[in-house]
Ligand binder design. Sequence first.
Ligand SMILES: [Zn+2]
Ligand SMILES: [Zn+2]
Ligand SMILES: [Zn+2]
Ligand SMILES: [Zn+2]
Length: 314
Amino acid sequence: MDGVCDMLNNMSTSTMSNTCANCGKEGSDVTNTCNKCKSIMYCNAACKKRHRHKHKKECERRVDELHDEKLFKQPPRPHEDCPICMIRLPNLGTGRVYMECCGKLICRGCFHAFQSRITKRKDDVCPFCRAANYTSDEETIKQFKIRTDLNDSQALFDMGYMYRDGDYGLSQSYAKALELWHRAAELGNADAYCLIGNAYKFGEGVEADEKKAKHYYELAAMAGNVQARHNLGGMEGNTGNMDRALKHWMMAVKDGCSESLKYIKMLYSNGQATKNDYAKALRSFQTYLDAIKSDQRDEAAAYSEEYKYYESDF
Ligand SMILES: [Zn+2]
Ligand SMILES: [Zn+2]
Ligand SMILES: [Zn+2]
Ligand SMILES: [Zn+2]
């Protein structure tokens, strides 16, 4: 396998001819790339060093550009569809439930419909895998430990919350919460990145640090977390970058953030966004709603305010 890779590498470098950005030399041996922007090449380290001063500004601009390309790219969905009704899961946390028995995230509609049926039979089981629910704190924690040992990122995320709030008989610990969220985040959990951002924003368990907060919000947003995307818009708005703020909020609205929709409406009434922007935002919010709406979910939301799966106050 290694041999094949080497061969391919050799092929690609031998057929490629680059130009040194400093001395203008051309050839397949011009392979020394700028470590920062990775956009230009040099024939050797000496040329790179000599060119550094000239290239600095352009390099920074290119680095920012590459960062923005990643930041404003349409992110993946942070969760899979509900495994029971197969409808897209809402981004609002109250609209879904994590089952620590099987590690599935199911929608509140399916959960509530199942619960209302079984309360009569008094056997409380998981709507997905039919495992009996855990009745004591000890049992619940034991099951969460099993899931976290399996590197289940949602279990790590939820357990972080339990430590943050000192739930299920755990002793309250921000440090432990952050440790678990970092593990979840490294496994790709977008929501965990957002909570780490919040910790830095509000100085919970760590020293408040706006720069670090932004960094983690960016990682969260790029992985599909909509709250972090909304917050990034706020940060840009606070520093007067309304174009960037609008860009973030537009993306957040597309994934159901009603708070962002409110802000776009505000920009529109201040003359900082066009009527077209606002109309587009309204349309994308409606498209999101159409994708997540179901009768079962509406029934759950009507049953309890705590079961709502989208915000409608805008
Ligand atoms: Zn050179
Ligand atoms: Zn560069
Ligand atoms: Zn469902
Ligand atoms: Zn289950």
